[in-house]
Design a protein around this ligand. Structure first.
Ligand code: FAD
Length: 308
């Protein structure tokens, strides 16, 4: 109930005005989004890399219906990639892109604009020697996003996809995307979805996650295990071992600000551990999804409002 209210609020303009206008302590948002500027993001990336972790950077923004805004987002990614290269961080850091931020929702021309814009980002990533992963948004975008992924992979076979275990279709998508070199980030899924397309119970989502992990670990691609759930992490490690995978043939991923000690433990044990690091001013949707994932975050947020 709380989860669906927060997820509905994440797409409400009124709720956005209320939350953004609230006397919200920056420290609450900072827990998940450590900086508004590119310099902030690069400083955190450098620190995580020095600590033995990998990073994927997300320039915050989504649901763009303005072509100039979509172009501005592409420019922000091109600046980010240039700066990662100058800082010598491209061996440790890649970028994550939401297609809705680069034009996917523009009426009539959205898919073409998003493909062209994503292509520009991939070209820049190739130039500096790093990779791009396409985030996955709600289920109405899945076919379009996978279609754009296919087109991009013809020229840039290393482009990563995100698949969401809560969708009933995802085990099949995992089979389709488990081929040689295919980078797939498997997460549980963060949006509000109807029962016709998504599992509603946590236990069903977890079982689906494990089925998908089995397909990906037994496949020939590069699985990216994006979860903070200790059970999913343990099962992934066991499946990787059973499949005879080397430590550099898959990786674990978590969001910045969540289970930091566990991130370190996983990295210290010789595994690849990548941190998803968002930055920028457009933090509202991302922040609300993080609140929706864990009721304790809401309590923390409310406490910060009253104890200011
Ligand atoms: P859960 O069962 O939700 O959580 C397990 C445990 O992790 C919890 O008990 C708690 O201890 C901790 N935890 C989880 N979430 C939080 C939180 N917000 N705050 C504090 N503790 C928490 N979703 C998409 O729909 N599309 C994407 O493109 C996408 N990209 C992602 C990329 C990465 C690298 C990661 C890690 C997640 C991504 N997600 C994405 C979000 C994902 O779908 C889940 O909503 C989120 O990861 C919570 O699921 P979980 O697997 O951690 O398991």
């Amino acid at each position: 109930m709380l989860r669906s209210t927060l997820l509905a609020a994440s797409r409400s303009r009124l709720a956005r005005r209320l939350v953004e206008g609230a006397p919200l302590t920056r420290s609450v948002v900072d827990r998940f989004i450590p900086g508004a500027t590119l310099d902030d993001a690069l400083a955190v990336t450098g620190a995580l890399a020095a600590d033995g972790r990998y990073v994927t950077l997300d320039h915050l923004g989504e649901d763009t219906t303005d072509i100039h805004q979509a172009t501005a987002t592409v420019d922000a990614y091109l600046r980010l990639l240039r700066r990662l290269d100058e800082a010598g961080l491209t061996g440790r850091a890649e970028v994550s892109v939401k297609l809705s931020a680069v034009g996917q929702f523009l009426p009539d021309i959205g898919e073409k604009v998003a493909l062209d814009n994503a292509r520009r980002i991939c070209e820049a990533a190739a130039t500096v020697g790093t990779t791009v992963t396409l985030d996955m948004e709600d289920h109405t975008t899945t076919d379009s996003t996978l279609g754009i992924l296919r087109e991009l992979r013809a020229d840039f076979p290393w482009v990563g996809a995100v698949l969401q275990a809560y969708l009933r279709r995802t085990e099949g998508d995992c089979r389709d995307l488990a081929g040689p070199g295919s980078r797939v980030r498997l997460c549980k899924g963060a949006y509000q979805e109807p029962a016709s397309v998504a599992f509603a119970q946590k236990s069903e989502v977890d079982l689906s996650y494990v089925r998908c992990l089995k397909v990906l670990m037994a496949g020939q691609g590069y699985p990216m295990v994006a979860s903070h759930d200790p059970r999913m992490i343990a099962i992934a490690a066991k499946l990787a071992h059973q499949a005879g995978r080397a430590a550099d043939s898959y990786e674990f991923q978590m969001l910045y600000g969540i289970r930091d000690a566990e991130q370190r433990r996983i990295a210290d044990e010789g595994n690849r551990m990548r941190v998803y690091l968002p930055y920028g001013d457009e933090w509202y949707g991302y922040f609300m999804r993080r609140l929706a994932e864990r009721p304790a975050n809401v309590a923390f947020f409310l406490r910060s409002l009253v104890t200011r």
